[in-house]
Unconditional design. Sequence first.
Length: 280
Amino acid sequence: MWEQSSADPPVLVLGATGRTGRRVVARLRDAGRTVRAASRSAETPFDWTDRATWAAAVDGMRALYLVAPADPEPIADFVAEARAAGVRRFVVLSGRGVHRYGMALEPSMAEAERAVREADVDWTLIRPNSFSQNFADDLYAAPLRAGLLTLPVGAVAEPFVDVEDVAEVTVALLTEEGHTHRTYELSGPRALTFAEVAAEISAVSGRPTRFEAVTAEQYVADLIAGGMPEKDARSLACVHVFLSEGHNSEPTTDVRYILGREPRDFSEYVKSVAAAGIWA
């Protein structure tokens, strides 16, 4: 399976311009590894919907970081083509709780897990909690700047994980031995409620902001009013309702197991972001 004789097996990173992918590429290159960055806008063109781009991306590669597309349909065919081209190690970005909600909420992640499990390859799955970065560069940032974050999550606590830790774990899994056919759940060191998150951000940034729990229907209505398509709004609401049930609330020790250190605490992340003026 894995070519032990190769000191530097070349690695293909899909989604190489995305939140995790670009960090994985940077870390691999800093470590002097051979890496091919692939996406629709990266140096190696790759498009899940254009199968003509697949062969050049996987050619000569032995390890692969797989970030699933929105549509699960092409995933199994791509895994088969990558394996036929010589890729033997697959590290798959999934999500914590996928084994519970699977095709109902995240069909592509569920399909990516299934495809590599059923292929004759070395696979490792990573299932992170919600990213700390969601509060600075995603759906939560604008409401926080406006002073009010509303979500259908109630008082549930979440051990948010830093994307930097996810990327560092990914690099370890791509380049080190001992993780074949393992599934890792990646979290931060402690769980915080969304109200506690808003309070921390407010205290550090100096900008008054708070959290308010709303119903799923109110959340959907607010997203639609903000211009989001109804299908996407309802899907997002379902994800938050799942979180509200507390399935992902318990911190895990997998980051520490893989990296030999504690994961980055949310407070440390908030301080670094606030210093950059993100919530100003």
